[in-house]
Ligand binder design. Structure first.
Ligand SMILES: Cc1ncc(C[n+]2csc(CCOP(=O)(O)OP(=O)(O)O)c2C)c(N)n1
Length: 376
């Protein structure tokens, strides 16, 4: 395995000391090391991976130096547009070093949402004409690959990618943790919101622990899962899936169970929700100020005012709560109607260690929900 310090020092010795990206569980150790050791003007956790490419491009324009963008391979989709129309050699020809966590690598068991992306990870790089190496897990070999990447980028000004397999980096536990001590855990808040849903209501859960905790809540309550769409991939799009359902099923209340990281990833979608004025729409953001599902790296979630943003784009009702009592009050207000509603629930970071995963496949989940939506 490679020590994160070795990797970051090696990049530094070759002039790369600017980072931007979206954290990933497979890159957890290297992301944690970067967070702990690189100052916040040289490590920017971006809203999405395309934004990170933009940041590295701006950094290059201002300094002539090369920035490093880290991402899970699911982020390739968000990054393709700036990679094809900004940094590409046929456009501005701007060098960026990509560090791509390879979830779902063929032959390695992974969750369903990573299987397809794992198969196309290197193919997408080939299609984009981006040179890449799969980073060796041995430091001396990895050092040579990094040297080659930087040499190619210096010579050609082209983007270069290092694709990272599982267990490439040694452990580094994030030290620089921004603590919050809100009264509720996310799981407790999810349970309270789910238990207040009406019998015809639908929930659309975002990527990561939120959907897993919603699934576990139903299991614990002895309920079925047919009313919940658990969006295992497509991070940041749960609010639009919920909107698509809400517009077609105006007689049902549709709840989006969103995260702060996910809603920031495609925040413009909030303006599209309010623009359609769905009075049956409730957007709940479980705000722990972190990308908790992939290692707890900070988001700007607790530094921004979600209710004010929602109000500004036109949500009819906005509420922010941070304990059980105020949440219960908010849920009874929501029962009175008046959507679209934005409910921010400030929660503690962390999850139960024995948290399970949905036992149904994505297709089973979809079919059960569609059947549930047909009934009235
Ligand atoms: C496009 C994309 N980038 C990155 C990821 C990896 N990822 C999965 S969950 C997650 C964090 C979600 O954070 P948030 O929405 O705040 O919810 P929390 O985990 O804190 O409850 C990330 C970054 C992903 N699935 N898709």
């Amino acid at each position: 395995m490679i020590s994160p310090k070795f990797f970051v020092d090696k990049l530094g010795s070759l002039g790369i000391d600017f980072f931007a990206g979206v954290p990933d569980s497979l890159l957890k150790n290297i992301c944690a090391y970067i967070s702990d050791n690189i100052d916040s003007s040289h490590n920017i956790i971006a809203a999405n991976e395309g934004g990170a490419v933009g940041l590295a491009a701006g950094y290059h324009l201002a300094t002539g130096r090369i920035g490093c963008v880290y991402m899970q391979n699911s982020g390739e989709g968000n990054a393709i547009n700036p990679l094809a129309s900004l940094t590409d050699k046929e456009v501005y020809n701007i060098p960026v070093l990509l560090l791509i966590g390879w979830r779902g690598r063929p032959g390695v068991h992974d969750e369903p949402q990573h299987v397809k992306q794992g198969k196309i990870t290197t193919g997408l790089l080939n299609t984009l004409g981006i040179n890449f190496d799969v980073l060796s897990k041995e430091e001396d070999k990895a050092a040579k690959q990094i040297e080659k990447a930087v040499e190619v980028m210096n010579e050609t000004n082209e983007v270069y990618a290092l694709v990272i397999e599982k267990d490439t980096f040694d452990t580094h536990v994030l030290q620089n943790v921004e603590k919050n001590d809100f009264a509720m855990t996310r799981e407790e808040a999810i349970g309270l919101v789910a238990s207040s849903m009406g019998s015809c209501d639908v929930a659309v859960g975002t990527t990561g622990m939120i959907s897993r905790e919603l699934f576990e809540y139903r299991e614990g309550a002895g309920e079925g899962h047919e009313r919940d769409f658990l969006t295992v991939g497509a991070m940041g799009h749960a609010s639009q899936i919920a909107l698509g359902i809400a517009l077609m099923k105006p007689e049902r209340k549709i709840w989006c169970f969103d995260g702060d990281g996910a809603s920031i990833m495609h925040m413009g979608s909030m303006a599209i929700v309010s623009g359609k004025t769905p009075d049956n729409y409730v957007h709940v953001i479980f705000n722990n100020g972190a990308h908790d599902s992939v290692g707890g790296q900070p988001t700007v979630g607790l530094k921004i005012d979600f209710p004010l943003i929602a109000k500004a784009v036109g949500y009819k009702n906005v509420l922010s709560v941070d304990d059980r009592r105020t949440l219960e009050d908010a849920l009874s207000t929501i029962k009175g109607g008046g959507g679209p509603v934005l409910l921010e629930i400030k929660v503690r970071k962390g999850n139960r260690k024995d948290l399970g995963r949905p036992t149904t496949t994505p297709v089973q989940n979809k079919e059960a929900l569609m059947k549930f939506l047909e009934k009235q």
